[in-house]
Design a binder for this molecule. Structure first.
Ligand SMILES: Cc1cc2nc3c(=O)[nH]c(=O)nc-3n(C[C@H](O)[C@H](O)[C@H](O)COP(=O)(O)O)c2cc1C
Length: 246
């Protein structure tokens, strides 16, 4: 492995940080790498909101399903899928753009997440850990109001950064599924019951598979937070309805 592939393989989420601050030159390096990510048509269909205010970090840690470590982040970035800025540029120049549609939103989410992952990788190479917070997609009314998000701007991911504690450095990275279960050739391969079991067995070393998968479904998939995420995303999507996006 070369240094890049080694780091990509070793990177893991970090949720406990030392008190060490991240200096501004380093923050700028991370943001610069993020902005160098590929984007659709080089449009950079995202905006990054850097959260400096500690009250705001606290509030976000609550609305993002009560995850206090968000408030401990030394750098907190919200990656927004931004369908507004190009639309504004088109409108202000009399181009008569159609309204943004769901396809534009998904393309902008692609851009935002690819840029976010560049930040994660750059930070890791500089000894800084990070964690994605998908729960930024929940409680859209509060998130929209806290971050003053206008229409057509969707918070795709929140990233928390900081230097990892020794315990976090030692923490064993969760195992991944074997490639044969996630890569198929030329067409989609739907996994059968046994293949799904074989793929997921690595996750339940101390329980039976049946007990583990039932508990996981209850805790993650059927959970209140995941239902809230769908409600929230539906709310966001309403702005795309009944507009002239075709
Ligand atoms: C889209 C996305 C959302 C996530 N949301 C959360 C979150 O809200 N809280 C959290 O602690 N970790 C979150 N994570 C981190 C995952 O739990 C983590 O990446 C996964 O368990 C694999 O572990 P690893 O990153 O250490 O390899 C999220 C990761 C992604 C990609």
């Amino acid at each position: 492995m070369n240094e890049v592939t080694k780091q990509l393989t070793e990177r893991k989420s970090v949720r406990v940080f030392t008190d060490q601050k991240i200096d501004e030159a380093t923050v700028e390096e991370i943001l610069t790498c993020s902005a160098q990510a590929p984007t659709a048509g080089n449009q950079q269909l995202y905006s990054i909101i850097r959260i400096n205010n500690s009250d705001l970090k606290e509030k976000l840690s609550v609305v993002c399903d009560h995850q206090p470590f968000i408030a401990e982040g030394k750098l907190v970035l919200v990656y927004c899928a931004d369908c507004l800025k190009w639309h504004d540029a088109f409108r202000e120049n009399g181009c008569e753009p159609r309204d943004p549609g769901e396809g534009d939103l998904i393309l902008a989410i692609d851009d935002a997440l690819i840029a976010a992952q560049n930040a994660v990788t750059a930070a890791w190479s500089l000894g800084i850990g990070s964690c994605y917070i998908g729960d930024i997609m929940e409680n859209c009314e509060e998130v929209r109001s806290l971050l003053k998000l206008p229409e057509y701007v969707f918070p795709a991911a929140l990233l928390v950064f900081g230097y990892p504690t020794e315990q976090q450095k030692e923490r064993i990275k969760p195992k991944r599924a074997e490639l044969r279960y996630i890569v198929s050739e030329d067409s989609y391969h739907r996994l059968n019951k046994e293949e799904l079991k074989q793929m997921l067995l690595k996750n339940c070393s101390e329980e039976t598979y049946d007990g583990w998968i039932a508990a996981f479904c209850k805790r993650k998939y059927n959970s209140d937070f995941s239902r809230e995420m769908t409600r929230s995303v539906r709310e966001y999507l309403k702005q795309f309805k009944d507009r002239k996006s075709e």
